[in-house]
Design a protein around this ligand. Structure first.
Ligand code: C2E
Ligand code: CA
Ligand code: CA
Length: 403
């Protein structure tokens, strides 16, 4: 019997001008509005699809049974109507613009990364075509097929200043005060995202530009730290970069250029970076720790590291993946998982950070389990260098009292 290939669509829904929304409603209220939007999409799709929250104001719905252009338009319009209903129901006096891009599997792409990128390119075309829903057009956007085209674009962006580093605050749960930031790269053109890091970091990697991109993030982050009284900063490192022959020297140069020492810099590596070559990775992590750099294992819980590996990892911190944290107050298995990770970390004297903290209930649940730090929209999204400075000025007190 022939098994028919499943057809589906990636529908990327991007709320335009999230920063305007945050300014009008506040971070927590806008995060909760964006969550209601995702919940609304999930409800509208029912068993036909799943919704994944991607980043600030951006989520992706995977919709089953979308076979052609006509179906794709219908799926996109359904999401647009749902957004209208959610905004209407929220009774707010701002009406955010929503851009919806659709790409088809397997007709347009058979792998997750290009499928998502095509949906993102389609969403980006909404503004130009003055339409709320755009289905990716292979002929119109032929350039987008070649990863090198976006690679070239990225190379230009590095030079023209379209890339920037934003900083998301981390809060000490016991004291409620900000204790550092995570550096997150942004690629903006005329104030709008060209692509999200989930898409452009692999592209930079494929185009041989991850070395320059990492240097860009690292040097900007350490300069920011030097300018803001030694603010602790965490920088993400891809597996390939950790294993790059020049990486250790790059970190050493950056630390000495900006005079940053005594464990102010944390490097976040994923379990994937360790599994690829565990022996080599541990040597490198030890070298970095000897230089005074803290090591955090990012997205903890999503990889495959076994406990026997785990006890040998030279690390200081575990970052609990947001997919577990975001579900922990609703799903008892997520709650159990978070509790287990915190227990494990405490056993090995590692600090813990819960990411994706969007509401007070989750913050309290993490506090109860003894988690050390929290990061998420409840406090702030990733902020530009200037916005971070004013955020710190108004939020240097105990944040527990205001949430
Ligand atoms: P990550 O390291 O897990 O970063 C956390 C992601 O969660 C960020 O997405 C952040 O904006 C988002 N986030 C933070 N708080 C919340 C929340 O409360 N709710 C929800 N739903 N999301 C939240 P972003 O900025 O899109 O980055 C995605 C990924 O791209 C990062 O995941 C990281 O792996 C990578 N990335 C970003 N910047 C860089 C960089 O400069 N270098 C490298 N190598 N990777 C980067
Ligand atoms: Ca990270
Ligand atoms: Ca993470």
């Amino acid at each position: 019997m022939r098994v028919p290939a499943a057809s589906l669509a990636a529908v990327l829904i991007d709320v335009a001008d999230v920063s305007h929304l945050q300014a009008r409603l506040g971070y927590a209220a806008s995060a909760s509005l964006l969550q209601s939007l995702c919940d609304g999409f999930s409800k509208a799709l029912g068993a036909r699809g799943r919704v994944v929250r991607m980043s600030d104001g951006c989520c992706c719905a995977i919709v089953r049974g979308v076979r052609n252009h006509g179906h794709a338009v219908l799926a996109g319009e359904k999401m647009a109507r749902t957004a209208d209903d959610v905004f209407h129901g929220a009774a707010i006096n701002v009406k955010p613009k929503v851009h919806i891009g659709v790409a088809l599997y397997p007709a347009q792409a058979t792998q997750a990364e290009p499928l998502l990128r095509f949906a993102q390119l389609a969403a980006e075309a909404c503004g130009r075509r003055d339409s709320r829903v755009v289905v990716f057009d292979e002929h119109r956007d032929a350039e987008a097929h070649a990863p090198w085209a976006l690679g070239n674009d990225f190379a230009r962006a590095l030079e023209t200043g379209e890339l920037s580093v934003f900083y998301q605050p981390k809060v000490n749960i016991a004291s409620g005060t900000p204790v550092g930031v995570e550096a997150l790269m942004r690629w903006l053109r005329d104030g709008r995202p060209v692509a999200t890091p989930d898409v452009f970091i692999p592209i930079a990697e494929g185009a041989g530009l991850i070395h320059s991109a990492t240097w860009y993030t690292l040097s900007n982050s350490l300069r920011m730290s030097a300018e803001l009284a030694g603010m602790s900063v965490a920088v993400n490192v891809t597996p390939a970069m950790l294993h790059h022959r020049e990486f250790i020297d790059m970190v050493r140069t950056a630390l000495s250029t900006w005079g940053i020492g005594d464990r102010r810099l944390t490097l976040e590596v994923t379990e994937g970076a360790l599994i690829a070559d565990f022996a080599e990775a541990t040597v490198r992590l030890k070298q970095l720790r000897d230089m005074g750099v803290r090591i955090s294992i990012d997205d903890f819980g999503t990889g495959y590291s076994s406990l026997s590996y785990f006890k040998k990892i030279p690390a200081d911190e575990l970052k609990i993946d947001k997919s577990f944290v975001m579900g922990m107050t609703k799903d008892s298995s997520d709650h159990r998982l978070v509790r287990t990770i915190i227990g494990l970390a405490q056993h090995f004297s590692l600090q813990t950070v819960g990411e994706g903290v969007e509401d007070r209930m989750t913050f309290d649940a993490l506090a109860e389990l003894g988690c050390d730090q929290a990061q998420g929209y409840l406090f702030a999204p990733a902020l530009s260098r200037e916005s971070l400075q004013s955020w710190l000025q108004t939020n240097s007190r105990d944040l527990r009292l205001s949430i």
